[in-house]
Design a protein around this ligand. Structure first.
Ligand SMILES: *[C@@H]1O[C@H](CO)[C@@H](O)[C@H](O)[C@H]1NC(C)=O
Ligand SMILES: *[C@@H]1O[C@H](CO)[C@@H](O)[C@H](O)[C@H]1NC(C)=O
Ligand SMILES: *[C@@H]1O[C@H](CO)[C@@H](O)[C@H](O)[C@H]1NC(C)=O
Ligand SMILES: *[C@@H]1O[C@H](CO)[C@@H](O)[C@H](O)[C@H]1NC(C)=O
Length: 438
């Protein structure tokens, strides 16, 4: 298009015509056929649901054991000594790529590095590199080439990188299509003012990004893929909202100060890892399962590992319903109400974390069962193993009869919580320099 149209005036006239036509079509669609967008998303949800079921693993304990064994192998004294040079990678995810000087020419190596339930996430590894050069976000229906929005709506796999440091002020939720990596290494990339939505998609990596100050938006016409745009209703202002999606990996991200949750995972999403990230200044940090009426969330399997839950956090790190959650080797230095909570019988395996309780004598308990008396929650499997408890922190375990479902001696212990400072030392976005280990 740019090659054909030479003058700027003609570009803008051309755009005006296209936009006017698009807007008219959109308006017609919205008024005459209000259900078509709903049908479109329902169809996509149906396809996503079978993909999500395929990503679910029937033996989650084997997956947690594999994770723990990997960490133990990567953190023997001998293994660590080998990496005691200019680059220190202290956990197996980082070990997989950080100490290689060629990270910038071999970015897709990262696709081999996910661990935990999201370990199959390869993002856009099958696709080309897409370089974001334009931080603007003005066009929701026909996004400009070179913008992040133009990159994420493409139907083909893409590995998305950034030409330089940039602040991307989203005007509406950013709807990410299948098979994408948003790789901020080599730049400091801030994504703010609206949420990143992963809806009915598979295979997305978010890496080395600053995501913050997302706000609610009233919605409107927004493109979600090459072939489709439509009327979106309100977005809540989460940092990242994951709906009916699977194989998602969020790594080395910092998140703070959004209007709703920092990370919401809902509607039967599964095969997800959140790792090496740094969370601050927020009330509702992570919600895994949004509703008591969504038993489909029983397929949810999420690993939360090597993260730093820091200053200014209040609760939900995470709050869980129904699924299976491996919360391992995280550093909880701040909370105001509680750290890990939930209801509707989620399975929560807390291993090798460090919990530093606040001074408030009423907030020493790590755990919180929402609106459930003991007689009802006593069979929920909530286990703490190898966690370090400081400043009076305590984890109220439960499990009773159901524990036999997973013989507790089947669990491989995690790397102990006393190593958490080391394991999470590089949480958040890294400052990677091209040509050097990161
Ligand atoms: C609305 O749009 C959908 C999908 O484009 C189509 O299948 C359906 O027949 C339309 N309904 C009406 C009432 O026009
Ligand atoms: C949530 O899942 C249900 C059932 O699988 C589906 O009908 C619905 O469209 C999904 N909602 C969204 C927002 O994807
Ligand atoms: C994602 O990419 C892989 C590899 O190219 C492809 O096999 C798969 O069909 C893609 N998924 C979707 C939903 O497009
Ligand atoms: C901890 O759990 C026990 C049962 O295991 C329960 O009776 C008790 O009330 C709980 N303690 C707190 C402080 O919630």
């Amino acid at each position: 298009m740019a090659a054909v149209i030479r003058s700027r005036r003609r570009v803008s006239v051309f755009f005006y015509v296209v936009l006017a036509a698009a807007a008219a079509a959109a308006a017609a669609q919205a008024s005459n056929n209000v259900t078509s967008d709903e049908e479109y998303w329902a169809e996509r949800a149906e396809v996503a649901r079978s993909r999500n079921l395929a990503a679910y693993v029937s033996d989650p304990v084997a997956a947690t054991n594999r994770f723990n064994a990997d960490v133990l192998r990567a953190t023997t004294r001998r293994a660590l000594a080998r990496y005691d040079g200019p680059c220190m990678a202290t956990n197996p995810i980082d070990r997989c790529w950080r100490c290689r000087a060629d990270w910038a020419t071999d970015r897709k190596r990262l696709a081999q590095c996910a661990r935990g339930f999201g370990h199959r996430t390869v993002g856009g590894a099958a696709g080309k590199l897409y370089v974001v050069r334009d931080p603007s976000d003005d066009e929701m229906i026909i996004p400009r080439k070179g913008t992040l929005r133009h990159a994420v709506i493409q139907d083909r796999p893409l590995w998305i990188v950034f030409a330089r440091d940039m602040v991307i002020e989203l005007r509406q939720e950013l709807i990410v299509n299948h098979n994408k990596t948003i790789d901020g290494r080599g730049a400091q990339v801030h994504i703010m003012f609206a949420q990143i939505t992963l809806q009915n998609v598979q295979n997305v990596i978010l890496h080395n990004l600053h995501i913050h100050d997302s706000k609610a938006h009233s919605g409107g016409m927004i493109r979600d893929s090459k072939r489709h745009y439509g009327l979106r209703t309100r977005s809540d202002g989460d940092g990242v909202s994951v709906l009916s999606s699977s194989n998602v990996w969020i790594d080395h991200v910092s998140m703070s100060s959004c209007s709703d949750g920092l990370i919401d995972v809902v509607n039967g999403s599964t095969a997800i890892t959140v790792s090496n990230s740094h969370f601050t200044d927020h009330d509702h940090v992570m919600l895994f399962g949004a509703s008591n009426d969504s038993p489909q969330d029983a397929v949810m399997q999420v690993t939360v590992a090597f993260n730093h839950f820091g200053r200014g956090l209040v609760q939900r790190m995470p709050r869980c319903r129904y699924g299976f959650f491996h919360v391992v080797n995280n550093d909880y230095t701040h909370w105001i109400m509680y750290a890990i909570g939930g209801n509707m019988n989620p399975t929560i395996i807390s291993q090798g974390n460090r919990f530093i309780a606040p001074d408030d004598p009423n907030a020493k308990e790590v755990t919180k069962r929402e609106y459930t008396p003991y007689k009802d929650y006593k069979e929920w499997v909530w286990k703490s193993q190898g966690d370090v408890m400081m400043n009076g922190a305590f984890f109220n375990e439960s499990g009773g009869q159901n524990e036999r479902k997973y013989d507790r001696f089947d669990f491989i212990p995690a790397k102990h919580g006393r190593y958490v400072g080391q394991l999470t030392r590089f949480a958040g976005p890294l400052k990677c320099i091209v040509g050097q280990p990161c």
